[in-house]
Structure formats: structure tokens, C-alpha cells
Design a binder for this molecule. Structure first.
Ligand code: AHG
Ligand code: MN
Ligand code: MN
Length: 392
């Protein structure tokens, strides 16, 4: 299949063809990234994630170490997809509860623990990481400290990144065969955290960076197909796992969310507890009395990755607003709200709490929650306007 719409360019004579317009500067950091463009795609294997990342690295030497991290993410997502798929076999030992409760008081499923461990190990042994934080870890993990001399050396030699992740999003759905996902955010590690200056507190606080400092974000969706969707701050790229060759293949370059829609994706059972502007906007959409005059439909899986993936492709608004019981909603800022907001914004959408851009919130705690309303630009703007009109 050829990507005619985006004129992906790859020919013998112009293997690295790219235009200056592909360079996108991020306002919050000095990063400027160029992305490869391909003219023609090999009909059988397409552009694999590995090839995509090595071309990105050649065009952007300053982020070449990300290639190694994405290598680990690539393998981890394939391994998790396999675990999720096999978890329902009677012989599987990955089914059911672990018997532990995580720091947030939620029951941990065996798969939460296994996938957390899997990702942690895969990322640790890239040698590119200083610190990581996960939904399933009580505190950020200082990899150098935990790994002894050998690991310290590995970390010392390289540039370091901070990775935050939700290893298995929607895990409560897994036993019913409902889609789940993995969410990953990558920040640059603070230069002040050289291993020879032992500043553990500063280094661990590196995980508390706002979404605007993200260098990359990605999610994997385990569903009818396995998808890996990423942004490096220069648009959104969707890869689909081709199980015949065991590779993620670029299936949608430059994903753009429709600007307007008629789909809402909320746990509407909570509607009476939401803030008035949120409640009224959703009532209007349901009744066809909103700005577009369209009558909206509801689509809600209850797995953020699945709901956001559909929202990116079909348009719509996904949200988990604050309510009278949980002022900040349910979703976690660091490893759910911020990385998914980065992807959403890079696809041309918006992400807000109602009053603030999610990407600009500086986390104070690793497991901090945040109200999130994200999706099609015009519809999310309607929510922001409703909050503003109510004096928020
Ligand atoms: P997790 O499984 O990582 O704890 O996340 C579950 C989240 C998210 O995926 C989803 O959007 C939300 O919980 C659904 O919550 P409700 O069941 O309250 O609708
Ligand atoms: Mn989650
Ligand atoms: Mn989870």
C-alpha cells in the first residue's frame, strides 16, 4: 500500500528527503526535530518502527539515544501484547489478582505487576535511563542506585532520560477481553544529576516535570490489532504490528484528529457530580443543542488508551472530569494525562482540565490525579468556553 496522501518519500536518490517545514520547534525546550519523509514504501515490509527510528536519529543526532529506548518499548509492547492475549487461556498463570494493593489503593492484577516488571527491566538495560516512575511503583526508581556498580557505569556513560509509564492501562477490563494499553512518557534527565554528584532527591524529582517538557510520548493498544502510536514532538505516527513479520509497521503517518465530531466518551454515570459547565456542555451535546447543533453519541470503553485511540481516529471528546467526590478525577497526570495530552495536541487536538492546559501543569507528586477533557479542537474549546463563561 502506498501513502499517497502524505507523499511519503523514499527513493534511491532521495532516501533522506525532508523539508524544512518538517522541523518543529517546541516552545518549552530547545529541541528541534526533523522527521523523515518517504516517497515510496516497500510493498512487503513497509516502514518498520526500527527503520523509522534510525532515520529519525540520522536526521536528529541530538536525540539518537531515543532509538535505543524505542527499541526497548517496541519489544516490551510486543511481549505485553502476547501476555495479554495468552492471559485468558486456562493454563495461564497471568490471570487474576496479585493479592497486593498499589500505592493508590487499587488491587493489582498479576498482569499489572508482570508488565511493570517487564517494562522496567527492558528500559533499565538500555543504559539510557536515570530514573523511572510507574503507576505500579510507590516511588520513582533510581535505576543507578538499584543496579549496583555495573548499572551505574552504564548510566554514567550515556545521556540519560526519565521515563514514566502506566504498564497496563485498563487492566480491570482484561479478563473480559476488552482492549488495554500501555502509556509511556519520556523526559530529558536534568544535567545536574550526574552520577558522580550524588543528589538522589534532585534526581528523583526529575520525574516531576510538566508535559511541556516531554521529549516523546507513546502508547501501545492491545486490541483487534496491536498498535504503537508515538510522538517525538513533530506530529503523531501510528504503527501496527504485522504478526507475520513480527514488526511494527507504519500504518498512519501524521495522524490528525478531526476538528469537530459528534462522539462523547465519558463515564456518564458520574454526570450529576461534575462541575456545572462540564455537565451543561454534555447535556447540550446529548440533546443536539451544543455549538454545532449535532446530537452526539456515546462511546465509552473504560480503557483510556482504547478510548483515546478511537477519539484520535474518529474524532470526539474523551474525558474524566473532576467531580464532587474526586476533585481531580481519576486519571494520573504524569503517566496518563500528560503523555496522552502530548499525543492529542500533536495530532491537532486539545487537552484541558476545563480551566488549564493539561500539558502545563507541574506535578507535585508522582501519582497526582488530574481532570482531563481531550479531543477534537472545536468541541474541547466548547468546554473551555463554558468554564470561562462560568467565571473559571
Ligand atoms: P488503570 O487500569 O491503569 O488503573 O486505568 C484505568 C482508567 C482508565 O483507563 C479509564 O479511562 C478509567 O480508569 C475508567 O474509569 P471508570 O471505570 O471509573 O470509568
Ligand atoms: Mn491507566
Ligand atoms: Mn494501569
Amino acid at each position: 500500500m502506498k501513502f499517497t496522501a502524505l507523499a511519503f518519500v523514499f527513493t534511491a536518490s532521495s532516501a533522506w528527503a525532508f523539508t524544512p517545514s518538517a522541523t518543529i520547534g517546541r516552545t518549552s525546550t530547545s529541541l528541534h526535530k526533523t522527521i523523515p519523509k518517504f516517497d515510496e514504501v516497500c510493498e512487503t515490509t513497509g516502514v518498520t518502527l526500527t527503520r523509522f527510528m534510525s532515520e529519525v536519529a540520522m536526521l536528529n543526532p541530538e536525540i539518537s539515544e531515543l532509538t535505543t529506548l524505542f527499541g526497548a518499548i517496541d519489544t516490551s509492547c510486543k511481549a505485553i501484547a502476547n501476555l495479554v492475549k495468552r492471559s485468558q487461556l486456562p493454563s495461564s498463570s497471568t490471570l487474576g489478582l496479585e493479592g497486593e494493593v498499589n500505592i493508590q489503593g487499587e488491587d493489582q492484577k498479576k498482569l499489572d505487576v508482570i508488565t511493570n516488571d517487564l517494562l522496567k527491566r527492558a528500559l533499565r538495560f538500555t543504559g539510557k535511563l536515570g530514573v523511572l516512575a510507574s503507576e505500579e511503583e510507590d516511588e520513582p526508581v533510581d535505576l543507578a542506585k538499584n543496579e549496583g556498580e555495573k548499572a551505574s557505569l552504564l548510566v554514567e556513560e550515556t545521556e540519560k532520560y526519565v521515563v514514566v509509564f502506566d504498564p497496563l492501562d485498563g487492566s480491570s477490563n482484561v479478563d473480559a477481553g476488552i482492549p488495554t494499553g500501555t502509556i509511556i512518557g519520556i523526559y530529558e534527565h536534568d544535567d545536574n544529576c550526574a552520577i558522580d554528584e550524588v543528589k538522589p532527591d534532585v534526581c528523583l524529582a526529575n520525574t516531576l516535570q510538566p508535559g511541556t517538557s516531554l521529549v516523546a510520548a507513546a502508547y501501545c493498544l492491545y486490541s483487534s490489532s496491536t498498535f504503537l502510536v508515538l510522538t517525538l514532538g513533530s506530529g503523531v505516527f501510528m504503527f501496527t504490528l504485522d504478526e507475520n513479520i513480527g514488526e511494527f509497521v507504519l500504518s498512519k503517518p501524521n495522524v490528525k484528529i478531526p476538528e469537530t465530531s459528534s462522539i462523547i466518551s465519558f463515564n456518564e454515570a458520574n454526570i450529576e457530580k461534575w462541575d456545572a459547565p462540564m455537565k451543561e456542555t454534555v447535556y447540550n451535546w446529548r440533546n443536539g443543542t451544543g455549538k454545532s447543533g449535532k446530537k452526539f453519541s456515546s462511546r465509552y470503553i473504560g480503557s483510556m488508551v482504547g478510548d483515546v485511540h478511537r477519539t484520535l481516529l474518529y474524532g470526539g471528546v474523551f474525558g474524566y472530569p473532576g467531580d464532587t467526590k474526586n476533585k481531580n478525577g481519576k486519571l494520573r497526570l504524569l503517566y496518563e494525562g500528560a503523555p496522552m495530552s502530548f499525543i492529542m495536541e500533536q495530532a491537532g487536538g486539545l487537552s484541558t482540565t476545563g480551566t488549564e492546559r493539561v500539558m502545563e501543569i507541574v506535578p507535585k507528586q508522582v501519582h497526582q490525579r488530574v481532570p482531563v477533557i481531550m479531543g477534537s479542537k472545536n468541541d474541547v474549546q466548547e468546554v473551555i468556553d463554558a468554564y470561562a463563561a462560568a467565571g473559571n
